[in-house]
Design a protein around this ligand. Sequence first.
Ligand code: PGA
Length: 272
Amino acid sequence: MNIIIKENYQELSTFTANLIAKLIRSKPDCILGLATGSTPIGTYKELVRMHKEEGLDFSQVKTFNLDEYLGVGIDLNKPYHLDQSYARFMYEELFKHINIKKENIYFLNGLTNDPEAHCKWYEEQIKKAGGIDLQLLGIGRDGHWAFNEPGSSLASRTRVQALTKQTLDDNYESFYKKAGVDRSEMPHFALTMGIGTILEAKNIIMIANGSKKADVVAASLEGPVTSQITASAIQLHSGGITVVLDKEAASKLKNTEHYMHVENLKLKYNLP
Ligand code: PGA
């Protein structure tokens, strides 16, 4: 596991965007797994900048998003702040600014009338595309990856999940409040890739910033692997794992000195 600690959110975002851009340049038809939430916004901004200023080419890239609220669908007729779908978030923060093809963008459809069949279809599309090359992930304060709330099986597949009070509180503060939506009217269910699905990605980048994430970051990286903190499944992944943190999110880690030492060695010897 590469654990990289950056000075601040901007550096975290630039570093993460550079890792994604490196993959796109070396494999233009790569399959990206993408995440929503406040954490990746800076990474997406930087990718947009690279597209506009450096010609980073998304024309062959395919994307699969992690999750979507059940019962919620994108509505481009609404102003952004009134459309809480994750599809709209991705459109506004990334897709509308780059040259990705519409047919290469995959989402879980929150308006499906057969969630079970739809989730199965989504898994099939990922397989058909050849699997995810690089999955970007945040981490929730309750330790979730995507909407895999505490208690989710670490072998879970794409399915419907009930959201925890903590997740509802956090998402209310970050997104729903701005739309003037009453807390009680927030969707309580979501469609989400499972932990088993996520672990099949060839490479994983997990990002976290801010002191609010410090406890859960330490628990997921240095604590026991447990379905109570589904992001702790990162310890089971067999491929390339990079965790990019700012100083605050890294502040409760015990082995920081070692992680920094490893990073310095890699830089010195030019290792991947
Ligand atoms: P955040 O959410 O980026 O808004 O903190 C992370 C997550 O829930 O995975």
